[in-house]
Design a protein around this ligand. Structure first.
Ligand SMILES: [Cu+2]
Length: 168
């Protein structure tokens, strides 16, 4: 019986560990149906999304009108396009989000960045939920842990007493 219980516990633990990793990677169409355009609030758009390692950003736009440049945070704020910056211009650019952290993009055409055609995102660990940590069992020092320890001690004492009585 004990081994069956342990198997059940092991299965539950394995599920808890594996399920988030199985969550499908998401393709984020930047701006949703609007695509990558002038006059859209990409900060507000990004605030409604969760970006995770393994996801993909898709920038869709008219390739004669816009581009996508990836820069660092300082260049993002200054709308500065360094000579060695990554710039995409296909009109349907797919950007893999391969690791956790910040990513900064803007349109490299004319003054579009200054007109707020820019996107800043934070990539979270795969399967992670943004603000909430997974629930963890109470540590032994917590009240709940102490109660559990006391119950265990009481059970052990009763068992020992019963054993002693049987031995008589
Ligand atoms: Cu543009």
């Amino acid at each position: 019986m004990a081994s069956k219980q342990m198997l059940a516990v092991a299965a539950a633990v394995a599920l808890a560990v594996l399920l988030p990793a199985c969550a499908a990677a998401t393709e984020h169409m930047v701006g949703d149906d609007n695509g990558w355009i002038l006059g859209f609030d990409y900060a507000a758009w990004a605030a409604t999304k969760q970006f995770r390692v393994g996801d993909t950003l898709v920038f869709r736009y008219k390739s004669t009108n816009h581009t996508v440049v990836e820069v660092g945070g300082a260049d993002f704020n200054a709308c500065n396009k360094p000579a060695n910056a990554n710039e995409w211009s296909s009109g349907e650019d797919r950007v893999a989000l391969g690791k956790e952290g910040r990513r900064w993009f803007f349109c490299g055409v004319g003054d579009h960045c200054a007109k707020n055609m820019k996107l800043k995102i934070t990539v979270l660990a795969a399967g992670a939920s943004a603000p909430e940590a997974p629930p963890s069992p109470p540590p032994p020092s917590s009240p709940a842990g102490k109660v559990q320890a006391r119950v265990a001690h009481a059970v052990a004492a009763v068992t020992a007493a019963a054993a002693a009585m049987l031995a008589l």
